[in-house]
Design a protein around this ligand. Structure first.
Ligand SMILES: [Zn+2]
Length: 167
């Protein structure tokens, strides 16, 4: 029996099962980290990816996880190219992934709509608490457990929560 033909869509589908190392409820595809997929023949593929933050400590892990998933699916040669231009922006995160993030307890980033000053938008617009959806929140610490997260406190349900910083 012939094995099923591998197409670029197959590659996207496989990558869509690879979770982000820091927020495992969303995939790298949903975060908009995967920029492009090129299938050369059904045994070799090039994946272009853009990390969320330049100097992201999870970069190596992301590359390894994607390579492993593709090789497990029978692709023999996997090249992962890191592309920094155009830079990643949090607006690339899909709406579905934003919802999953909120369900996981992390407030999704504000939409920037082309504006570049994420830090300013963060100060001007309070994020909604992912637990009770109240807007009655305040910034506790702009530097959370990882580079890309800030810590907020909900004055309604009295719980701290993290915000994925808009970028
Ligand atoms: Zn709350």
């Amino acid at each position: 029996m012939d094995k099923p033909k591998i197409t670029e869509q197959t590659i996207w589908d496989i990558l869509n099962t690879v979770p982000d190392p820091e927020i495992p409820v969303v995939s790298m595809v949903e975060l908009g980290i995967v920029q492009d997929v090129q299938l050369h023949d059904d045994e070799s593929v090039t994946v272009k990816m853009t990390p969320t933050f330049a100097g992201c400590p999870a970069l190596q892990m992301m590359q390894d996880d994607m390579r492993d998933a593709l090789m497990d699916a029978g692709i023999k040669r996997v090249e992962i190219k890191v592309v920094l231009d155009p830079p990643w922006t949090s607006d690339r995160i899909t709406d579905e992934a934003r919802q999953k993030m909120a369900d996981f307890g992390i407030a999704p980033p504000h939409k920037l709509h082309g504006k570049t000053d994420g830090a300013m938008i963060m100060l001007m617009e309070k994020p909604k608490c992912p637990f009770c959806e109240s807007g009655n929140t305040h910034l506790e610490n702009p530097f959370g457990p990882t580079l890309c997260r800030a810590i907020y406190y909900c004055d309604n349900c009295q719980q701290p929560f993290e915000l994925f910083k808009p970028l």
